[in-house]
Design a protein around this ligand. Sequence first.
Ligand code: NDP
Length: 486
Amino acid sequence: MSTQETRTRIVWDYAPAPESPDHVRLRDSYGLFVNGEFADPKDGTRVPSISPSTEEPVAEVAFAGPEDVRGAIAAARAAQPGWAALSGLERGKYLFRVARLIQERAREMAVVESMDGGKPIRESRDVDVPLAAAHFFHYAGWADKLSYGLAGREAAPLGVAAQIVPWNFPLLMAAWKLAPALACGNTAVLKPAETTPLSALLLAEICQEAELPPGVVQVLPGDGATGAALVRADGIDKVAFTGSTAVGKDIQAALAGTGTSLTLELGGKSANVVFEDAALDQAVEGIVNGIFFNQGHVCCAGSRLLIQESVADVVIGKLWERMGRLRVGDPLDKNTDVGAINSAEQLERIEALVAAGEEEGALRRTVACELPERGWWFAPTIFTEVAPAHRIAVEEIFGPVVSVMTFRTQAEAIEKANNSTYGLAAGIWTDKGSKAFEVASALEAGVVWQNTYNKFDPTAAFGGYKESGFGREGGPAGLRPYVRLS
Ligand code: NDP
């Protein structure tokens, strides 16, 4: 059975409050950032980067071919001994400078991130950009204290790091990867995602402004073929990847037996568990933040909502009412809660899984809201009457779609939460501290939030178990993947 209900008829009129893009200093065309300079691709191409909210090109970008990849690795390799030979204090000063420059250009970077990727300006302005700066600040602080972060052991850098990031948090993921790598004395070749290369290219400009020694950071926009060439190229000592589990497995297979160090931050199907004793209004806000933040394009999204049966109707009622008030539309409007879906391909994937949910018998409700004519959009959606075997309960939808299941006892909640091939994150909503700790210890998840969700902090480790990958980013634990301990 499936239905589509109308939006709650409480009308909130907001005057549009668009952030102007006039102050943005984008070039018409960007080259590859290699050895401290923007250069034409040798065997690559140039393609436009399209805004998912307008379907208009934002800027043209060079895509790297295999020769470009080899050139970038050579530049990183040549620069690495000199970078590692600097004292930690000196490396830290460069990272501080990068962090300060991100702050100085924060407004511009937020607008570019929203234009290129479709996320609401409120999120890029208040989350992505400040957190990216915070990561550079945090690892700037570690650069001269590495042994304190590594249980007193002496550390040597691994060498050249190949870093591949996805399209859901383009700048933030670049910061998560570059900051610890550089703090530890590695040099890097960063490949942003095909649909969202622009903020990484602004970060390359910032590296220039910070007078980072040439070759310490390379930025190579490209598609999956560029990523595949990068991880297979000679001269790489470490690969750090964030993206889908399928590509993560492919990279792991390609690197098997090569001795190249690898960390993988992959997908998730995270459980957000609401107990009957929770503060329910607060939980509803957490559920909304857990699944509709960044259109649900979040690896740790709380996409499996587990509610204790005694309060399920109340929570679902409150949630549905709250969903009706979410404003979907122009990412540059400061009122917008849910922006554009990142690409036509991603929209297709969401639609296919939602159709599967309906076919398998779950009950679908999608808020009825006006969506812009151009661009790629998906209105917030809730599925109830979901069975654990349904595809929407098992597979990562990576969109604004929550699948609700219920449980009766704490043991059942734990069993259902752990019934996943993934193990990235989880949320627990309860008034009882002892219950929260007991459940958190039993959950197979790298990050467990209590009475909150999607809180990120540079001092805290983030990463998964099972098919969500291995290795940690953030905090002192984030130094470990970039060093050889003696
Ligand atoms: P991918 O895993 O394909 O993309 C992640 C990054 O890897 C991108 O930079 C991509 O480049 C690059 N890449 C693609 N193929 C290869 C390869 N063979 N070798 C090396 N690098 C490669 O994610 P998709 O964009 O295809 O999204 C598919 C699904 O993955 C989503 O629906 C979502 O479920 C999940 N996903 C999970 C993310 C997470 O944070 N856990 C992030 C993104 C997606 P390019 O962009 O050019 O393809």
